[in-house]
Design a protein around this ligand. Structure first.
Ligand SMILES: [Zn+2]
Length: 467
C-alpha cells in the first residue's frame, strides 16, 4: 500500500458548491440513509459475524496453506488454489481464476551484512524486493550516512565507491502512520537509483517501520535503465541506530554486504474471484477485495491475508443473513500488489470487463485492525452519494470517512471512473508488522478483523441497492 492523504477540505468545498449549484444534492445529503430499511441488515450482519468470527478461520487457513506468497513463488500458486477452494466452500458462484503474468524475484539463501573489524558486528538485513544480488564474495566498502537525497547530492564525490546508508526514520510525531510511511519510503523505493547516480556501490536503507527492533522490513524498490543497478537491502531500526553510532566513532569503518537474490523471467499467476450473482442486474458489479500475494519474510497475515479473508467473509455473511443483492457482489483476491500491481492492472483491462458495469470497488489493504471508515476515491457526486450512508456505519464505529486513495489493486479500476472505497482502520501498529517476519497470524485480532468484513459487507450491499 502507499500513503493516503485526506482531501477532506476539498470535498467539503465541493459539497458546498454542489449544494449551491444543484440544490437537490443538498437534499440527498439532508435526507440521509434509510435507517429503517437498513438497520435490520446491520443488526443481522453484526449478530452473525461476531458470533461466527469466520474471517479469522479463513485467515488461519490461508496462512497455514500458503504462509509465503510472493508473486511467482510456489507459495503464491498454493494461495491461488486456496482462494478458489475457499470461495467455493463459502458458497460463491462463478469461482474462477483470471491469468496475469507476474514478476518473479527470488531472495536466495545468502543474505548478510557485517561491520568488518577485529570483532565483526553482524547487522540484521534483508534484500529489498527486486534488488540485484552482490557477487558471491559480497561487496566490501566504506559507508556514508545520509537522511535525504538532497544530503546525498551535497556530499558530491564523497559517496563514490561507498555503501550509501539512508537513515531517515518515519516521523513518530505523525498520528497518521500512513503519512509517516509516505514521508520515509522514498529511501526504499529510489535509494538504489540515487546512490548509484552518485557513484555508490550499494544502498542500505533503514527499515520503514515504527518499531524499534532487530527485524528488517523489506518492500519494493526500483531501478532506472540508464543508471547502473546496485544491490539494496533494508537494515533493522536498532541496527540502523547502532551503525549510525559506530560511524560517528569510526567514520572509515567498512561493511561487507552479501546477497544472493536475483530477478527471473515473468511467470503466469492469477487473480481469483467468486461472486453472489445479482438478482436484478447481474452485469452490474461491486468488487470487494484484498491481495493474495505478500512478502516472503512473514506470513502476510496483516498484509494482506486479512483483506482476502474479509472479502470472502463479506460475501459469506451476506448469504448467511439471507439478503439477495440486486447487483453482483464479487470477491476479488488480487495477485502481485506488492511488486508490480499486475493483478489490479490486469483485472481492469481484461476483455471480460467490457460485458460488465462496475458500480464500486472496495479494498482492505491497511491490515485487519478495527475499522474506522472508508477512504472514498471518486468524483464529487459519487463521493457525496456515498457519504449519505456514513451514519449507518456509526454502529460499527466506522463512520470516520475521508476522501483520497482507496487501494493499489483497485486504483486501475478507479481510473476508469469506478468509485473506490479503501477500508480505513486503526493504524498505529500496522507498520510494526509491515513487510517483515513480525507479520504473523497473532498480529490480527479476530473481532477487529470481523468488524472490517462486516463494514465491507454493509457497504457492498448498500452499493448494490443504490438506485
Ligand atoms: Zn498490502
Amino acid at each position: 500500500m502507499v500513503a493516503r492523504i485526506p482531501r477532506r477540505t476539498a470535498l467539503l468545498r465541493t459539497a458546498f458548491l454542489l449544494c449551491l449549484v444543484f440544490p437537490e444534492h443538498g437534499l440527498v445529503q439532508a435526507q440521509g440513509p434509510d435507517t429503517a430499511r437498513y438497520n435490520p441488515v446491520i443488526r443481522a450482519l453484526l449478530s452473525r459475524g461476531m458470533r461466527d468470527l469466520q474471517a479469522e478461520n479463513l485467515l488461519r487457513s490461508l496462512v497455514a496453506a500458503a504462509p509465503h506468497r510472493l508473486s511467482g513463488s510456489p507459495g503464491a500458486a498454493k494461495a491461488v488454489l486456496w482462494g478458489a477452494a475457499a470461495l467455493v466452500d463459502q458458497g460463491c458462484e462463478h469461482v474462477r481464476q483470471e491469468t496475469v503474468m507476474v514478476p518473479h524475484w527470488v531472495r536466495g539463501s545468502t543474505e548478510s551484512a557485517v561491520v568488518v573489524g577485529r570483532r565483526p558486528y553482524p547487522l540484521a538485513v534483508c534484500a529489498l524486493g527486486g534488488s540485484v544480488g552482490t557477487p558471491p564474495a559480497g561487496i566490501t566498502a566504506g559507508v556514508v550516512e545520509v537522511h535525504s537525497f538532497d544530503e546525498l547530492r551535497a556530499l558530491g564525490p564523497a559517496a563514490k565507491g561507498k555503501i550509501v546508508f539512508f537513515n531517515r526514520p518515519m516521523d513518530p510525531a505523525k498520528v497518521n502512520t500512513f503519512e509517516a510511511y509516505g514521508g520515509a519510503v522514498d529511501q526504499r523505493g529510489r535509494g538504489a537509483v540515487e546512490a548509484s547516480r552518485h557513484g555508490g556501490v550499494a544502498a542500505l536503507v533503514r527499515s520503514v517501520t515504527t518499531k524499534l527492533d532487530r527485524v528488517p522490513h523489506t518492500g519494493a524498490m526500483g531501478y532506472q535503465d540508464t543508471i547502473p543497478k546496485i544491490p539494496a537491502a533494508a537494515v533493522s531500526t536498532l541496527d540502523a541506530d547502532t551503525l549510525s553510532a559506530m560511524l560517528k566513532r569510526t567514520p572509515h569503518l567498512r561493511v561487507t554486504l552479501r546477497m544472493g537474490c536475483r530477478i527471473l523471467p515473468d511467470v503466469p499467476s492469477a487473480n481469483v474471484m467468486g461472486e453472489i450473482v445479482g438478482s436484478e442486474k447481474p452485469n452490474d458489479v461491486i468488487v470487494v477485495s484484498g491481495h493474495l500475494d505478500c512478502w516472503d519474510e512473514g506470513q502476510g497475515a496483516v498484509d494482506d491475508g486479512a483483506g482476502c479473508a474479509q472479502a470472502i467473509e463479506a460475501l459469506r455473511l451476506l448469504q448467511a443473513i439471507g439478503v439477495h443483492p440486486k447487483k453482483t457482489i464479487r470477491a476479488v483476491l488480487f495477485m502481485n500488489e506488492e511488486n508490480g500491481d499486475r493483478g489490479g492492472k490486469g483485472y481492469a483491462v481484461d476483455a471480460r470487463r467490457l460485458q460488465e458495469h462496475h458500480l464500486g470497488a472496495i479494498e482492505s489493504d491497511m491490515g485487519g485492525f478495527a475499522p474506522r471508515g472508508f477512504s472514498v476515491d471518486a468524483d464529487s457526486l459519487a463521493t457525496l452519494r456515498s457519504y449519505r450512508w456514513r451514519p449507518l456505519f456509526a454502529q460499527l464505529q466506522a463512520d470516520e470517512w475521508s476522501t483520497g486513495y482507496s487501494g493499489t489493486d483497485i486504483t486501475p479500476l478507479v481510473r476508469t471512473g469506478v468509485p473506490g472505497f479503501g477500508l480505513i482502520v486503526e493504524g498505529q501498529s500496522y507498520f510494526d508488522y509491515h513487510h517483515s517476519a513480525n507479520d504473523v497470524l497473532s498480529a490480527v485480532h479476530p473481532r477487529e478483523l470481523e468488524l472490517g468484513a462486516i463494514a465491507e459487507a454493509l457497504l457492498a450491499y448498500l452499493l448494490s441497492e443504490d438506485e
